[in-house]
Design a protein around this ligand. Structure first.
Ligand code: ATP
Length: 433
Protein backbone atom coordinates (compact mmCIF):
# COMPACT_ATOMS: atom_id res chain seq x y z
CA UNK A 1 0.00 0.00 0.00
CA UNK A 2 2.69 2.39 1.07
CA UNK A 3 4.74 1.74 -2.06
CA UNK A 4 1.71 2.33 -4.28
CA UNK A 5 1.25 5.66 -2.62
CA UNK A 6 4.92 6.35 -2.88
CA UNK A 7 4.78 5.76 -6.60
CA UNK A 8 1.69 7.91 -7.14
CA UNK A 9 2.81 10.87 -5.07
CA UNK A 10 6.58 10.98 -4.84
CA UNK A 11 7.44 9.52 -8.20
CA UNK A 12 4.90 11.85 -9.75
CA UNK A 13 6.65 14.66 -7.94
CA UNK A 14 10.06 13.50 -9.05
CA UNK A 15 8.95 13.27 -12.67
CA UNK A 16 7.66 16.80 -12.33
CA UNK A 17 10.94 17.80 -10.77
CA UNK A 18 13.06 16.36 -13.55
CA UNK A 19 10.91 18.08 -16.12
CA UNK A 20 11.26 21.34 -14.22
CA UNK A 21 14.99 20.81 -13.98
CA UNK A 22 15.25 20.08 -17.71
CA UNK A 23 13.40 23.29 -18.43
CA UNK A 24 15.72 25.16 -16.15
CA UNK A 25 12.81 26.08 -13.86
CA UNK A 26 14.64 25.15 -10.66
CA UNK A 27 17.46 27.54 -11.39
CA UNK A 28 16.00 30.54 -9.64
CA UNK A 29 19.22 32.51 -10.13
CA UNK A 30 18.92 32.60 -13.90
CA UNK A 31 15.17 32.90 -13.72
CA UNK A 32 15.42 36.05 -11.60
CA UNK A 33 17.73 37.60 -14.20
CA UNK A 34 15.21 36.73 -16.94
CA UNK A 35 12.28 38.13 -14.98
CA UNK A 36 14.12 41.40 -14.37
CA UNK A 37 15.18 41.67 -17.98
CA UNK A 38 11.61 41.01 -19.18
CA UNK A 39 10.39 43.62 -16.69
CA UNK A 40 12.56 46.20 -18.45
CA UNK A 41 15.56 46.18 -16.10
CA UNK A 42 18.20 46.34 -18.79
CA UNK A 43 20.13 49.14 -20.51
CA UNK A 44 21.40 49.58 -24.03
CA UNK A 45 25.13 50.09 -24.36
CA UNK A 46 26.74 50.38 -27.80
CA UNK A 47 23.64 48.83 -29.29
CA UNK A 48 23.75 45.80 -26.99
CA UNK A 49 21.29 45.06 -24.18
CA UNK A 50 23.05 44.80 -20.82
CA UNK A 51 21.25 42.90 -18.05
CA UNK A 52 22.15 41.86 -14.51
CA UNK A 53 24.87 39.25 -14.20
CA UNK A 54 24.75 36.39 -11.74
CA UNK A 55 28.13 36.24 -9.96
CA UNK A 56 27.48 33.93 -7.06
CA UNK A 57 24.88 31.69 -5.51
CA UNK A 58 24.99 30.26 -2.00
CA UNK A 59 22.85 27.71 -0.22
CA UNK A 60 21.66 28.93 3.17
CA UNK A 61 19.60 27.33 5.94
CA UNK A 62 16.59 29.37 4.91
CA UNK A 63 16.91 29.08 1.11
CA UNK A 64 19.22 30.50 -1.59
CA UNK A 65 21.16 33.73 -1.86
CA UNK A 66 22.11 35.14 -5.27
CA UNK A 67 24.54 37.98 -5.92
CA UNK A 68 24.34 40.00 -9.13
CA UNK A 69 26.26 42.81 -10.74
CA UNK A 70 23.74 45.33 -11.96
CA UNK A 71 24.24 47.19 -15.25
CA UNK A 72 25.59 50.75 -15.13
CA UNK A 73 22.72 53.19 -15.24
CA UNK A 74 20.34 51.13 -13.06
CA UNK A 75 19.99 51.54 -9.31
CA UNK A 76 19.06 49.29 -6.42
CA UNK A 77 15.68 50.98 -6.14
CA UNK A 78 14.92 50.07 -9.79
CA UNK A 79 15.18 46.44 -8.70
CA UNK A 80 13.48 46.97 -5.36
CA UNK A 81 10.41 48.15 -7.23
CA UNK A 82 10.25 44.81 -9.03
CA UNK A 83 10.18 42.50 -6.01
CA UNK A 84 6.59 41.53 -6.78
CA UNK A 85 7.50 40.61 -10.39
CA UNK A 86 10.29 38.42 -9.08
CA UNK A 87 8.08 36.72 -6.48
CA UNK A 88 5.26 36.11 -8.96
CA UNK A 89 7.73 34.77 -11.51
CA UNK A 90 9.23 32.34 -9.02
CA UNK A 91 5.85 31.18 -7.80
CA UNK A 92 4.21 29.71 -10.89
CA UNK A 93 0.93 28.10 -9.83
CA UNK A 94 2.00 24.50 -10.41
CA UNK A 95 5.43 24.96 -8.93
CA UNK A 96 6.31 22.65 -6.03
CA UNK A 97 9.70 22.90 -4.38
CA UNK A 98 10.63 19.22 -4.54
CA UNK A 99 13.41 19.42 -2.01
CA UNK A 100 11.25 20.86 0.74
CA UNK A 101 8.46 18.46 -0.30
CA UNK A 102 10.77 15.46 0.16
CA UNK A 103 12.01 16.79 3.49
CA UNK A 104 8.45 17.12 4.76
CA UNK A 105 7.53 13.77 3.21
CA UNK A 106 10.15 12.02 5.33
CA UNK A 107 8.43 13.24 8.50
CA UNK A 108 5.09 11.62 7.60
CA UNK A 109 4.11 8.60 9.67
CA UNK A 110 3.03 5.41 7.94
CA UNK A 111 -0.57 4.72 8.99
CA UNK A 112 -4.17 4.63 7.81
CA UNK A 113 -4.16 8.38 7.06
CA UNK A 114 -1.02 8.43 4.97
CA UNK A 115 -2.83 9.09 1.67
CA UNK A 116 -4.68 12.06 3.15
CA UNK A 117 -1.42 13.35 4.68
CA UNK A 118 0.45 13.19 1.37
CA UNK A 119 -2.38 14.96 -0.47
CA UNK A 120 -2.41 17.61 2.27
CA UNK A 121 1.32 18.06 1.97
CA UNK A 122 1.14 18.49 -1.79
CA UNK A 123 -1.62 21.08 -1.46
CA UNK A 124 0.30 22.90 1.24
CA UNK A 125 3.50 22.93 -0.82
CA UNK A 126 1.63 24.20 -3.89
CA UNK A 127 0.12 27.02 -1.85
CA UNK A 128 3.45 27.97 -0.26
CA UNK A 129 4.98 31.05 -1.82
CA UNK A 130 8.67 31.63 -2.02
CA UNK A 131 9.41 35.03 -0.57
CA UNK A 132 12.13 37.28 -1.90
CA UNK A 133 14.15 40.01 -0.20
CA UNK A 134 16.59 42.37 -1.92
CA UNK A 135 19.53 44.28 -0.51
CA UNK A 136 22.58 46.01 -1.94
CA UNK A 137 26.20 45.95 -0.84
CA UNK A 138 27.88 46.88 -4.11
CA UNK A 139 26.22 43.80 -5.55
CA UNK A 140 22.51 43.17 -5.72
CA UNK A 141 21.74 40.45 -3.18
CA UNK A 142 18.56 38.47 -3.78
CA UNK A 143 17.47 36.15 -0.98
CA UNK A 144 14.90 33.53 -1.92
CA UNK A 145 13.32 31.96 1.14
CA UNK A 146 12.03 28.36 1.10
CA UNK A 147 9.32 29.00 3.64
CA UNK A 148 7.22 32.08 4.29
CA UNK A 149 7.85 34.33 7.27
CA UNK A 150 5.78 33.54 10.35
CA UNK A 151 2.44 35.33 10.52
CA UNK A 152 2.24 35.09 14.31
CA UNK A 153 4.84 36.16 16.82
CA UNK A 154 3.49 35.70 20.31
CA UNK A 155 4.64 38.02 23.04
CA UNK A 156 5.30 35.92 26.12
CA UNK A 157 6.99 36.39 29.46
CA UNK A 158 10.31 35.07 28.12
CA UNK A 159 10.42 38.10 25.84
CA UNK A 160 10.86 40.45 28.78
CA UNK A 161 14.09 38.70 29.78
CA UNK A 162 15.56 39.34 26.34
CA UNK A 163 15.23 43.11 26.59
CA UNK A 164 17.68 45.57 28.08
CA UNK A 165 17.35 49.21 29.10
CA UNK A 166 14.74 50.99 27.01
CA UNK A 167 14.32 48.27 24.41
CA UNK A 168 10.99 46.93 23.23
CA UNK A 169 10.45 44.13 20.70
CA UNK A 170 9.77 45.63 17.25
CA UNK A 171 9.18 42.22 15.72
CA UNK A 172 10.80 39.13 14.36
CA UNK A 173 12.35 38.34 11.00
CA UNK A 174 12.97 34.77 9.86
CA UNK A 175 16.20 34.68 11.79
CA UNK A 176 16.15 37.14 14.69
CA UNK A 177 14.18 39.34 17.01
CA UNK A 178 14.48 43.01 16.12
CA UNK A 179 14.44 45.36 19.10
CA UNK A 180 13.67 49.04 19.14
CA UNK A 181 15.81 51.00 21.59
CA UNK A 182 14.26 54.29 22.70
CA UNK A 183 17.67 55.53 23.85
CA UNK A 184 19.05 55.17 20.32
CA UNK A 185 15.97 56.21 18.38
CA UNK A 186 13.99 58.42 20.70
CA UNK A 187 10.92 59.23 18.66
CA UNK A 188 8.86 56.76 16.69
CA UNK A 189 6.21 57.05 13.98
CA UNK A 190 3.67 54.22 13.89
CA UNK A 191 1.54 54.09 10.74
CA UNK A 192 -0.70 51.67 8.92
CA UNK A 193 -4.20 51.03 7.62
CA UNK A 194 -6.93 50.25 10.08
CA UNK A 195 -6.87 46.80 11.67
CA UNK A 196 -3.28 45.85 10.87
CA UNK A 197 -1.79 46.20 14.34
CA UNK A 198 -1.03 49.81 15.38
CA UNK A 199 -2.91 49.68 18.68
CA UNK A 200 -1.48 46.28 19.55
CA UNK A 201 1.98 47.71 18.87
CA UNK A 202 1.34 50.71 21.14
CA UNK A 203 0.14 48.36 23.87
CA UNK A 204 3.36 46.37 23.39
CA UNK A 205 5.38 49.55 23.99
CA UNK A 206 3.47 50.62 27.10
CA UNK A 207 3.37 47.14 28.68
CA UNK A 208 7.04 46.45 27.99
CA UNK A 209 8.21 49.74 29.45
CA UNK A 210 5.95 49.47 32.49
CA UNK A 211 7.42 46.00 33.12
CA UNK A 212 11.06 46.89 32.42
CA UNK A 213 11.26 50.51 33.54
CA UNK A 214 8.64 50.45 36.26
CA UNK A 215 10.17 53.24 38.32
CA UNK A 216 11.44 55.39 35.47
CA UNK A 217 8.80 55.55 32.77
CA UNK A 218 5.97 58.08 32.63
CA UNK A 219 3.27 58.31 29.98
CA UNK A 220 1.13 61.10 28.63
CA UNK A 221 -1.46 59.17 26.62
CA UNK A 222 -3.60 60.74 23.92
CA UNK A 223 -6.12 58.38 22.36
CA UNK A 224 -8.31 60.22 19.90
CA UNK A 225 -9.98 56.99 18.83
CA UNK A 226 -12.16 57.09 21.94
CA UNK A 227 -9.75 55.95 24.62
CA UNK A 228 -10.69 52.27 24.53
CA UNK A 229 -7.28 50.98 23.46
CA UNK A 230 -5.50 52.69 26.37
CA UNK A 231 -8.28 52.31 28.89
CA UNK A 232 -6.68 49.38 30.71
CA UNK A 233 -3.65 51.60 31.45
CA UNK A 234 -5.63 54.46 32.96
CA UNK A 235 -4.98 53.58 36.60
CA UNK A 236 -1.29 52.85 36.28
CA UNK A 237 1.02 54.88 38.47
CA UNK A 238 3.16 55.51 35.38
CA UNK A 239 0.28 57.10 33.44
CA UNK A 240 -0.01 60.83 33.95
CA UNK A 241 -3.37 60.96 32.20
CA UNK A 242 -5.36 59.94 29.14
CA UNK A 243 -6.79 62.54 26.78
CA UNK A 244 -9.59 61.41 24.50
CA UNK A 245 -10.66 64.60 22.74
CA UNK A 246 -8.71 67.27 20.85
CA UNK A 247 -9.22 69.92 23.59
CA UNK A 248 -8.01 67.45 26.23
CA UNK A 249 -5.10 66.60 23.94
CA UNK A 250 -4.06 70.25 23.90
CA UNK A 251 -4.13 70.41 27.68
CA UNK A 252 -2.14 67.21 27.97
CA UNK A 253 0.43 68.41 25.44
CA UNK A 254 0.70 71.75 27.21
CA UNK A 255 1.49 69.99 30.48
CA UNK A 256 4.04 67.74 28.81
CA UNK A 257 5.68 70.75 27.19
CA UNK A 258 5.80 72.60 30.52
CA UNK A 259 7.55 69.63 32.10
CA UNK A 260 9.98 69.46 29.21
CA UNK A 261 10.69 73.18 29.52
CA UNK A 262 11.37 72.76 33.21
CA UNK A 263 13.89 70.04 32.48
CA UNK A 264 15.62 71.95 29.73
CA UNK A 265 15.95 74.96 32.05
CA UNK A 266 17.51 72.76 34.69
CA UNK A 267 19.96 71.22 32.22
CA UNK A 268 20.93 74.66 30.92
CA UNK A 269 21.40 76.13 34.38
CA UNK A 270 23.60 73.24 35.44
CA UNK A 271 25.63 72.94 32.28
CA UNK A 272 24.41 69.49 31.42
CA UNK A 273 24.25 68.63 27.76
CA UNK A 274 21.39 66.19 28.21
CA UNK A 275 19.49 64.02 30.59
CA UNK A 276 22.05 61.23 30.43
CA UNK A 277 24.83 63.53 31.56
CA UNK A 278 22.60 64.83 34.33
CA UNK A 279 22.09 61.22 35.42
CA UNK A 280 18.29 61.23 35.42
CA UNK A 281 16.91 57.75 34.87
CA UNK A 282 13.35 58.74 34.05
CA UNK A 283 11.83 59.24 30.59
CA UNK A 284 8.52 60.76 29.53
CA UNK A 285 6.60 59.21 26.66
CA UNK A 286 3.99 61.24 24.80
CA UNK A 287 1.91 58.67 22.90
CA UNK A 288 -0.61 59.98 20.36
CA UNK A 289 -3.07 57.67 18.63
CA UNK A 290 -4.82 58.88 16.02
CA UNK A 291 -2.56 61.87 15.51
CA UNK A 292 -4.26 62.86 12.22
CA UNK A 293 -7.24 64.07 14.27
CA UNK A 294 -5.17 66.96 15.62
CA UNK A 295 -3.05 67.51 12.51
CA UNK A 296 -4.88 70.74 11.66
CA UNK A 297 -4.85 72.00 15.24
CA UNK A 298 -2.10 74.59 15.12
CA UNK A 299 -1.58 74.76 18.89
CA UNK A 300 -1.27 70.97 19.26
CA UNK A 301 1.01 70.76 16.25
CA UNK A 302 3.31 73.47 17.57
CA UNK A 303 3.82 71.50 20.80
CA UNK A 304 4.24 68.16 19.03
CA UNK A 305 6.91 69.69 16.77
CA UNK A 306 8.61 71.22 19.81
CA UNK A 307 8.71 67.89 21.64
CA UNK A 308 10.00 66.17 18.50
CA UNK A 309 12.71 68.83 18.10
CA UNK A 310 13.84 69.48 21.69
CA UNK A 311 12.52 66.48 23.65
CA UNK A 312 15.37 64.09 22.95
CA UNK A 313 17.98 65.59 25.28
CA UNK A 314 15.37 66.30 27.95
CA UNK A 315 14.25 62.67 28.12
CA UNK A 316 10.99 63.15 26.22
CA UNK A 317 9.93 60.55 23.66
CA UNK A 318 7.24 61.06 21.03
CA UNK A 319 5.24 58.17 19.62
CA UNK A 320 3.11 59.46 16.79
CA UNK A 321 0.58 56.98 15.40
CA UNK A 322 -1.69 57.48 12.42
CA UNK A 323 -3.65 55.54 9.87
CA UNK A 324 -3.79 58.52 7.49
CA UNK A 325 -0.17 59.40 6.74
CA UNK A 326 0.20 62.32 4.36
CA UNK A 327 2.53 65.28 4.19
CA UNK A 328 -0.12 67.23 6.10
CA UNK A 329 -0.72 64.75 8.94
CA UNK A 330 3.01 64.05 9.27
CA UNK A 331 4.79 67.37 9.25
CA UNK A 332 8.37 67.57 7.95
CA UNK A 333 9.55 68.54 11.47
CA UNK A 334 8.05 65.41 13.00
CA UNK A 335 9.40 63.24 10.18
CA UNK A 336 12.89 64.70 10.37
CA UNK A 337 13.09 64.18 14.11
CA UNK A 338 11.66 60.68 14.20
CA UNK A 339 14.58 58.47 13.26
CA UNK A 340 12.49 55.33 13.61
CA UNK A 341 9.28 54.30 11.90
CA UNK A 342 7.16 51.19 12.07
CA UNK A 343 4.78 50.99 9.16
CA UNK A 344 2.05 48.40 8.65
CA UNK A 345 0.33 47.94 5.30
CA UNK A 346 -0.81 51.15 3.63
CA UNK A 347 -3.15 51.75 0.70
CA UNK A 348 -0.80 53.55 -1.65
CA UNK A 349 2.84 54.15 -2.47
CA UNK A 350 2.27 57.85 -1.76
CA UNK A 351 1.19 57.07 1.82
CA UNK A 352 4.18 54.77 2.19
CA UNK A 353 6.51 57.58 1.07
CA UNK A 354 4.94 59.93 3.61
CA UNK A 355 6.00 57.55 6.40
CA UNK A 356 9.10 55.81 5.12
CA UNK A 357 10.35 58.20 2.43
CA UNK A 358 10.05 55.25 0.07
CA UNK A 359 7.43 52.93 -1.35
CA UNK A 360 6.93 49.44 0.00
CA UNK A 361 4.25 49.50 2.71
CA UNK A 362 1.56 49.25 0.02
CA UNK A 363 3.11 45.98 -1.12
CA UNK A 364 3.24 44.29 2.26
CA UNK A 365 1.20 41.07 2.33
CA UNK A 366 -2.31 41.23 3.76
CA UNK A 367 -1.11 39.88 7.09
CA UNK A 368 -1.97 41.51 10.39
CA UNK A 369 1.15 42.49 12.29
CA UNK A 370 3.40 42.51 9.19
CA UNK A 371 5.31 45.78 9.06
CA UNK A 372 8.36 47.62 7.80
CA UNK A 373 10.63 48.77 10.61
CA UNK A 374 12.94 51.53 9.47
CA UNK A 375 15.83 53.20 11.27
CA UNK A 376 19.14 53.51 9.45
CA UNK A 377 18.12 50.26 7.75
CA UNK A 378 14.86 48.80 6.61
CA UNK A 379 13.62 45.44 7.87
CA UNK A 380 10.38 43.59 7.29
CA UNK A 381 9.13 42.18 10.60
CA UNK A 382 6.21 40.36 12.10
CA UNK A 383 5.34 42.49 15.11
CA UNK A 384 4.59 40.88 18.48
CA UNK A 385 1.02 39.89 19.22
CA UNK A 386 0.48 40.85 22.84
CA UNK A 387 -2.73 39.49 24.35
CA UNK A 388 -4.86 41.61 26.68
CA UNK A 389 -4.75 38.93 29.36
CA UNK A 390 -0.94 39.05 29.35
CA UNK A 391 -1.02 42.85 29.53
CA UNK A 392 -3.43 42.82 32.49
CA UNK A 393 -1.30 40.35 34.37
CA UNK A 394 1.90 42.30 33.67
CA UNK A 395 0.63 45.74 34.62
CA UNK A 396 -1.46 44.66 37.63
CA UNK A 397 1.18 45.42 40.30
CA UNK A 398 1.29 49.04 39.07
CA UNK A 399 -2.40 49.81 39.30
CA UNK A 400 -3.26 52.46 41.85
CA UNK A 401 -6.51 51.62 43.59
CA UNK A 402 -8.82 54.63 43.68
CA UNK A 403 -12.27 55.05 45.12
CA UNK A 404 -14.78 54.28 42.35
CA UNK A 405 -16.03 57.86 42.21
CA UNK A 406 -12.48 59.08 41.82
CA UNK A 407 -11.74 56.52 39.16
CA UNK A 408 -14.78 57.47 37.06
CA UNK A 409 -13.60 61.03 37.00
CA UNK A 410 -9.97 60.17 36.64
CA UNK A 411 -9.43 60.65 32.92
CA UNK A 412 -11.33 63.84 32.28
CA UNK A 413 -10.42 65.56 35.48
CA UNK A 414 -6.77 64.65 35.14
CA UNK A 415 -6.37 67.39 32.64
CA UNK A 416 -8.94 69.83 33.86
CA UNK A 417 -6.97 72.18 35.97
CA UNK A 418 -6.71 72.11 39.70
CA UNK A 419 -10.23 72.62 40.96
CA UNK A 420 -10.54 68.95 41.85
CA UNK A 421 -7.01 68.60 43.11
CA UNK A 422 -7.41 64.86 43.74
CA UNK A 423 -8.11 64.20 40.06
CA UNK A 424 -5.79 66.67 38.44
CA UNK A 425 -2.99 65.63 36.17
CA UNK A 426 -0.07 65.44 38.51
CA UNK A 427 3.25 66.24 36.97
CA UNK A 428 5.61 64.64 39.40
CA UNK A 429 8.62 66.48 40.61
CA UNK A 430 11.77 64.56 39.94
CA UNK A 431 13.96 66.77 42.03
CA UNK A 432 15.67 68.59 39.24
CA UNK A 433 14.70 72.15 40.00
N1 ATP B 1 1.25 41.57 15.60
C1 ATP B 1 0.11 40.98 15.30
N2 ATP B 1 0.07 39.69 14.91
C2 ATP B 1 -1.10 39.09 14.57
N3 ATP B 1 -2.29 39.70 14.62
C3 ATP B 1 -2.33 40.98 15.01
C4 ATP B 1 -1.14 41.69 15.36
N4 ATP B 1 -1.48 42.94 15.69
C5 ATP B 1 -2.81 43.03 15.56
N5 ATP B 1 -3.32 41.85 15.16
C6 ATP B 1 -4.74 41.54 14.94
O1 ATP B 1 -5.33 42.63 14.27
C7 ATP B 1 -6.41 43.16 15.04
C8 ATP B 1 -6.43 44.67 14.89
O2 ATP B 1 -5.25 45.19 15.49
P1 ATP B 1 -5.19 46.70 16.02
O3 ATP B 1 -6.39 46.99 16.86
O4 ATP B 1 -3.88 46.89 16.63
O5 ATP B 1 -5.33 47.46 14.65
P2 ATP B 1 -5.18 49.01 14.36
O6 ATP B 1 -4.23 49.13 13.24
O7 ATP B 1 -4.87 49.75 15.60
O8 ATP B 1 -6.61 49.36 13.85
P3 ATP B 1 -7.42 50.75 14.07
O9 ATP B 1 -6.59 51.81 13.43
O10 ATP B 1 -8.73 50.51 13.41
O11 ATP B 1 -7.56 50.90 15.57
C9 ATP B 1 -6.15 42.66 16.46
O12 ATP B 1 -7.33 42.52 17.19
C10 ATP B 1 -5.46 41.36 16.26
O13 ATP B 1 -6.40 40.33 16.10
Amino acid sequence: MFFELLSSAVVGGLVGYSSLAVNGMTNDGRKIARICSNAGLSVKEQGKAQTMQLLRKSKRDWGMEYAYRIPLGLSFSDFQRRVENIEDGLNGKSYVDVKSFLQAFKTLKLGPNILRDIKGLLTEKKAARKEVELSYNGLLIVKVYDTPMTDKFDYDRGMLDKLKGWEIPAGTTRTQIIKHDFEKHCHLIVAGMTDYGKSVFLKNIITTLVAKQTKNVKFFLIDLKGGLAFNRFRSLEQVQGIAKKPDEALEMLTLAQAKMEERIDYLLRNDFEDIKEAGFPDRYFVVIDEAADISDDKACQAIIKDIARRGRGAGFRLIYATQYPTNETLSPQVRQNCSARICFRLGTGVASRAVLDEEGAEKLPLIKGRAIYKTDRTTIVQTPLIENEFINETIKPNIIIRARKDDDKHDASLIKGTTQRKHSLVIEEVGIC
